[in-house]
Design a protein around this ligand. Sequence first.
Ligand code: SF4
Ligand code: MG
Length: 336
Amino acid sequence: KKELLKVENLKQYFPIKGGLLGRTVNHVKAVDDVSFTVYEGETVSIVGESGCGKSTTGRAILRLDEPTDGNITFDDVNLQSLNKKKMRKMRKDLQIIFQDPYASINPRQTVRQVLEEALEIQNVVPKNERSARISELMETVGLGAHQADRYPHEFSGGQRQRIGIARALSVNPKLIICDEAVSALDVSIQAQVINLLKRLQKEFQLTYLFISHDLGVVRHISDRVIVMYLGRIVEIADKKSLFENPQHPYTKALLSAIPVPDPEKKKERIILKGDVPSPIDPPTGCRFHTRCPFATEKCKTDTPQLRTTDHMKEGHQAACHYMNEIHAGTKEPNYV
Ligand code: SF4
Ligand code: MG
């Protein structure tokens, strides 16, 4: 399979200014050395709590914020090497959908105007074919061509997200980054929009990078899942391995928080102590050590690297010193 997106050693540090001279006194290390690949036609999700760096990663890929360091290759092109004009052209292939489509849609424009503008900027179809294309887009996202002359506020949240999807689709992209794209919607509407995204993926050979805090949603859409904690990847696996054979204690804690439909299979909820530490001064060693039930002295000093051990499938990696011991049940959690 073709590598469509390759992120290598991505770092995104935001300066914090302070003092009388407004000098940079520190940095928020929002993303700190993140690498992964997305292959053509797949859906890769990035999950984690707010502040883990997942949205920052999405924004850095699109250069909405200029990355501090690292390499981003999309469709064999190094994105950082592109000037503004070329990057804008690249946006034809690389689209993003946000959580709140209303915020990114001009409320004074009708849906038709919104879509016209997108088509015009990227010059996708000749002017005299735009109207037909808009009708087609509306049908494609399940809204009906006649609704194009209405204003965004006349639509429900789910319908507005369909408009957002139509706008992203209008330029025939290869990759769509969905940043919490269904998070604001009711559960039943979430399912409809996810089904729509899946159908469109098949129809138009789309690739998705799906950013979400919700593992329940991620389960329905992903081929592979990346779990982030405090700016780092702690686990990466195909969906089945991640849900059935999670390795990192953080992943296990996130999974334990998803409600199970079958009350017979009640699982033990792992409650993490404390809050996520500040990304300004992240913990040394394993960044999860302040909250991990298995942490030892070694975890405070040695940074675990992503690796695969014997009981893991190929392509499944996690960053914990004690995966073997925890898996074998020979390491007891230090609950006090
Ligand atoms: Fe927990 Fe240590 Fe593993 Fe980090 S390396 S997840 S602190 S056991
Ligand atoms: Mg976010």
